[in-house]
Design a protein around this ligand. Structure first.
Ligand SMILES: *Cc1c(COP(=O)(O)O)cnc(C)c1O
Length: 376
């Protein structure tokens, strides 16, 4: 919470939940990344918060952009990024979208199998490709599973295939899992990357880039290391596995760039119990899983929540959204402690919500409008 957000909310007249993002915090985060990893170019992961204000600010500071669709490429271009500062980092692309990206001037693509390489060779001849390798995501609160990437041994063949088809086999990428609280999580992946560099070298293919992905955390309830600590651990891993031949690197922070810049203000719609003797209260807010808080799925991301009654005695609450879908419960397995004095109509602040909220909100489920956002 910043003074600027507090003042904005004090003066706000509109009804309904809203997200307020302080762009000064985004600016500070960008500078912290640039300082912590001075030799890595920053490709902001657009999906975390694609607001034009965020993209324009980052473009003006020199950031590059990691995009997952033609629409995101167009947003990055509209914000002032040139196509050489944009990567098409989704490993799952329609060939006509590759062609469209190529026509827009984008020349850096992610792949994780030969079929995807072939699409790029046909639709974006001569482009640079990097191959994503699997990462187990251990230590991450929002792991990215096996959906993206291939086994390291296969990456060598994928890159060789790209090379044979006239593409530039540029390098390797991985993602250690989002909200990664272990600064050492990059080490294993860097070992794999170095082995792939060697193997490709033996086949006459000189790779030059390692894309270190995202994963840098936002502070929610638990402590997280500073970005400086990630920079140091990553540099150590690069030295250990690449020796004096450290490759060009890029990072793709999403959550770590915008998460702590945003606060959602919501309202308590109802406080009730399921029986008189229950200890646990049910607290219903005017925002839930369908209003932008989708990352509470499996209670993965636990947001800090501030109320006007803080300081008084607290008791366990099930926290739920306002829609008529029983999946719209935020925290139940692990109830959320909130003040006993909390009342209907109280405004609560949900902190650390600058990433992965606004674009997760549904269009009109149950008649609730998408989350209102203000970037100040
Ligand atoms: C979502 C995504 C990111 C951003 O991840 P964070 O954990 O939010 O930093 C980076 N790279 C790729 C390829 C992604 O899909």
């Amino acid at each position: 919470m910043t003074d600027r957000i507090r003042e904005f909310l004090r003066q706000r007249q509109d009804d309904g939940p809203c997200l307020v993002v302080d762009l000064d915090v985004v600016r500070d985060n960008y500078q912290a990344f640039a300082k912590a990893l001075p030799d890595s170019r920053v490709f902001y992961a657009v999906k975390a918060n694609p607001a034009p204000e965020v993209l324009s600010l980052l473009a003006s500071m020199g950031s590059c952009f990691d995009t997952a669709s033609v629409a995101e490429i167009e947003m990055a271009l509209a914000a002032g990024a040139t196509p050489d500062r944009i990567s098409f980092g989704n490993t799952i692309k329609k060939e006509r979208d590759v062609a469209r990206a190529h026509a827009l001037g984008v020349s850096l693509f992610a792949v994780d199998c030969q079929a995807e390489v072939e699409k790029i060779a046909r639709a974006a001849p001569g482009a640079k490709v990097f191959c994503r390798i699997l990462c187990d995501g251990a230590g991450a609160e929002w792991p990215l599973s096996r959906k993206f990437g291939c086994e390291p041994a296969m990456a060598v063949d994928v890159l060789e295939h790209a090379h044979r088809l006239g593409l530039s086999a540029h390098g390797i990428s991985f993602h250690v899992g989002s909200q990664q609280r272990n600064t050492g999580a990059w080490d294993n992946a860097l070992a794999s990357a170095a082995a792939i560099f060697r193997e490709c070298g033996d086949r006459g293919i000189a790779l030059s880039m390692v894309n270190l992905g995202g994963g840098f955390p936002t502070k929610y309830l638990k402590k997280v290391p500073a970005v400086k600590a990630y920079g140091a651990a990553i540099f150590q891993g690069l030295r250990k596995h690449f020796g004096n031949r450290i490759p060009e690197t890029i990072i793709e922070p999403g959550r770590g760039m915008v998460g702590n810049a945003g606060v959602i203000e919501a309202e308590v719609v109802l406080v009730s119990k399921k029986s008189e003797s229950d200890e646990v209260r049910w607290v219903y807010l005017d925002i839930g899983k369908f209003g932008g808080l989708a990352e509470t799925m499996d209670e993965s991301i636990r947001y800090p929540i501030k109320t006007p009654r803080d300081g008084g005695k607290v008791g366990p609450c099930v926290l739920a959204g306002p829609t008529c879908d029983s999946a719209d419960v935020l925290y139940e397995k692990q109830p959320y402690p909130l003040p006993f004095s909390l009342e209907i109509g109280d405004k609560v602040l949900i902190e650390g919500t600058g990433a992965y909220t606004s674009t997760y909100s549904s269009v009109a489920f149950n008649g609730f409008p998408p989350l209102k956002t203000y970037h100040i």
